[in-house]
Write a protein that binds this ligand. Structure first.
Ligand code: THU
Length: 149
């Protein structure tokens, strides 16, 4: 897994990270105060964003990655090529790139390209550090929809 700076990245990846940074301002995270934004780039070039959405019944919180995935699928977009994630905390800078939780890894694995990899970009709060990886690296030997693979 490489750690790069924003300007090292492909311009469309930079746009996805900037969109994730922008949308995280809309996160509904009054309990954790950890605001996460995710942006999905599809194989067709569309970009769909999402935020975490918490609940007073804490365990019902939905992560930004799954919000974005649900929004994309609800628009008929199922071929994800890149997922960009960044977080900020209302009271502090987040120095480490944010990493998708186990549930989100499984959820995203469902929509990885059949014939390629799904890139995951994990950024710190000011996007100065970006970890570049793939869903296969984050979820080795994952359980996917191709049961005969
Ligand atoms: N969260 C995300 O939205 N994505 C991640 O990758 C990590 C965690 C959210 C869930 C919860 O609303 C808050 O961050 C604190 O865990």
């Amino acid at each position: 897994m490489e750690t790069l700076t924003l300007t090292d990245l492909d311009p469309t990846w930079q746009e996805a990270l900037q969109a994730a940074k922008k949308v995280r301002e809309l996160a509904y995270a009054p309990y954790s105060r950890f605001q996460v934004g995710a942006a999905i780039l599809t194989s067709g070039g569309e970009m769909i964003t999402g935020t975490n959405v918490e609940n007073v019944s804490y365990g019902l919180a939905i992560c930004a990655e799954r919000s974005a995935a649900v929004a994309a699928v609800s628009r008929g977009l199922r071929d994800f090529s890149v997922v960009a994630v960044t977080a900020t905390h209302r009271d502090m800078d987040v120095e480490m790139p944010v990493s998708p939780c186990g549930a989100c890894r499984q959820f995203l694995y469902e929509f990885k390209p059949r014939d390629g990899s799904l890139t995951i970009l994990m950024a710190n709060s000011d996007l100065s550090r970006v970890r570049v990886t793939t869903i296969d690296e984050l979820l080795p030997a994952g359980f996917g929809p191709e049961l005969d693979a």
